[in-house]
Ligand binder design. Sequence first.
Ligand code: SF4
Length: 294
Amino acid sequence: MRFADLLVLSRMGVHTREDAVTAGSVGTGQPSLPRLETPRMTDSLVLAKLDAGPEIFHSLQGEGASVGTPSVFVRLSRCNLHCVWCDTDYTWNFAGTSFSHDKDADPAYRKPVRAEVQVTLSDEEIAREILRHGCDNVIFTGGEPLLQQPGIARVMTLLRTAMPEVRFEIETNGTQMPAAELEALRPRYNVSPKLGNAGMRADQCLIPAPLAFFAACDRATFKFVCAAGSDLDEIRGIVDTHRLPRQRVLLMPEATSREELEQRRPWLFEVCRQTGFRYSDRLHVAIFGSRRGV
Ligand code: SF4
């Protein structure tokens, strides 16, 4: 089926549950998953805006288990958390909100106006923009992509129909349970639970049910951002409490600039060597610093 035909069918509503079910099967031995509502034809996704268009770009995965993989990134707007060091705070820290952020220390810093950093696109527009890059690994990132998982599942279904070999990764803070329709498409999950250094309460960041789901899912890996030695005790506590498989836990230095990364790399490298956790570097910070869309 040509993608043009697929788009016609999708506008007629022929791209929902059946396609998702034929694309794969829901795993067993995991907590039962909620069902998504059947999407309406007006459904759409809210993405971060980069320059005049959506933040969809072709690059290499820069972190975690699939580092180095050529990928198309799709950055969703909105997040349910508000980490003080967040490097994508333009997805949630809008003018008029009361959230704190490290940037507040700069007297010249102004929060962005929501309408200037968000763009809403239809499922078909997003699928078409992704397919334009001809890349078979697609990463939904954010913000927190799972806040918009019905739309992500629909876009993934369009892509899988047009490109059966396509693989998906979803970057998540681990507080949201994936729904059955999303799971049917067998994405990999890059789960990044937040520590106290993010500036929020543990009961906001560490939700037992989704963490139990991801711990039982062998397509999930866990990334922890580490800034100091005190983070390690907290990570060990989370790994033990939520029974996260140690071989799927990666530690990554907190850094939004090359200088910070260079400062923390040797320390965390040594921590991983001594503790047995995996190390993840941050290619984008190392190569591009804090530049967006690369
Ligand atoms: S969970 Fe991720 S996107 Fe959300 S505020 Fe924290 S770092 Fe930013």
